[in-house]
Design a protein around this ligand. Structure first.
Ligand code: NAD
Ligand code: UFG
Length: 339
């Protein structure tokens, strides 16, 4: 297939491009580089030995996107482009609604105009809100606590309605749990700007000495050791989940959880990281982070039954590959007042 990948130089998009190319598909990336860099293209090409067509372009710009759709004949679209910082979305809601919703609507309309039948969308486990784990695709979605989460629930709804009205427009909504890790080459991975919001990049930066200590947000949850439990999924497993979703997308709207089905606590993850990599990760226990759930993990059986996809890599692989990427990066320790 000839696949348009929006946000393809970003964290999950770049790993998915590697998997697509290795599965024999061709890839056209559109990214405005608002949260990624051009070097990622060279890394994708060096891992796969394949060439990638790239447009530095904003997906919300319908006119230029129309030209790209006219120039290429796409068989499918995987739509990663979007903003994803939960905290920022609370302070700048219109930035999030505009980018995340408009990009989805523009792409869906162009698919209809250019007869592109397959659309795979990056959704999030956040749409389950305060449902009890394991999260099952058939659950009623509960309100999320922030505009970012709302953009995911609304995009799911918009794409579903467009598909219902247009039987040749097939949609796969992929609800990611907690993507972590990096390609085993260490050439691509997750490199957030500024202070990481998410656990694994924070852990790797502490291990490298870039930050002094991890803050563990709460040890009084009703979980195995009191710290929060999540379903961490290796980004290469996630990437392979997209290929399975695209290749199985024949009709209508499909919804799949992409997770391992297993929960790991913050303290278990820190311990696994220290053991696998033989590097210390000092931490303090601090207050709970507002808005956090105690536990969130997937029922991953639907993707297994319908797509034949399961996560193959375990928490050790995730910790090893995340550290391999971080230790190769040129990012250095910060001085006392930069931290
Ligand atoms: P990322 O920020 O690394 O990648 C997103 C890419 O989209 C970036 O390269 C950015 O430059 C680009 N982009 C943003 N707006 C754009 C626009 N208007 N036009 C063109 N390019 C644009 O994020 P990621 O972690 O790879 O996430 C990819 C998708 O998966 C996002 O939609 C995110 O919301 C979703 N998701 C991520 C997680 C996670 O924990 N990483 C969890 C659930 C869902
Ligand atoms: N945590 C810490 N210290 C940190 C960072 C995180 O203890 O410095 C804890 C959190 O409290 C939580 C766990 O580590 O228990 C995971 O936190 P993350 O921020 O890595 O991930 P979340 O599950 O909170 O959020 C992620 C994505 C969101 C998405 C959500 C649901 O970042 O975008 O999963 O899918 F909405």
């Amino acid at each position: 297939m000839n696949v348009l990948v929006t946000g393809g130089t970003g964290y999950i998009g770049s790993h998915t491009c590697v998997s697509l190319l290795q599965a024999g598909h061709s890839v056209v990336i559109v990214d405005n580089l608002s949260n990624s860099s051009r070097e990622t293209l060279e890394q994708i090409e060096s891992i796969t030995g394949e060439e990638v067509m790239f447009y530095e372009n904003d997906v919300t710009d319908e006119k230029t996107m129309d030209e790209i759709f006219t120039h290429h004949s796409f068989d499918g679209v995987i739509h990663f482009a979007g903003f994803k910082a939960v905290g920022e979305s609370v302070n700048l809601p219109s930035k999030y609604y505009r980018n995340n919703l408009l990009s989805t609507i523009v792409l869906a309309d162009l698919c209809l105009k250019h007869n592109v039948e397959k659309f795979v969308f990056s959704s999030s486990a956040t749409v389950y809100g305060e449902n009890a784990s394991p999260m099952v695709e058939s659950m009623e979605l509960l309100p999320t606590t922030n505009p970012y989460g709302e953009t995911k629930a609304m995009s799911e709804r918009i794409l579903s309605d467009i598909s219902k009205a247009n039987p040749n427009f097939h949609v796969s909504l992929l609800r990611y749990f907690n993507p972590v890790g990096a390609h085993e080459s260490g050439l691509i991975g997750e490199s957030p700007n500024g202070i990481p919001n998410n656990l694994m990049p924070y852990v790797t930066q502490v291990a490298k000495g870039i930050r002094e200590k991890l803050s563990v947000f709460g040890d009084d949850y009703d979980t195995v050791d009191g710290s929060g439990v999540r379903d961490y999924v290796h980004v290469m497993d996630l990437a392979e989940g997209h290929i399975a979703a695209l290749e199985h997308l024949e009709e209508g709207v499909r919804v799949y959880n992409l997770g391992t089905g297993k929960g790991t606590s913050v303290l278990e993850l820190v311990e696994a990281f220290e053991q696998v990599n033989q590097v210390p990760v000092p931490y303090d226990i601090v207050q709970r982070r507002p808005g956090d759930l105690a536990t969130c993990f997937a029922d991953a059986s639907k993707a297994e039954n319908e797509l034949g996809w399961t996560a193959k890599r375990g928490i050790q692989d995730m910790c090893r590959d995340a550290w391999n990427y971080q230790s190769r990066s040129s990012q250095e320790a910060l001085s006392e007042n930069e931290r």
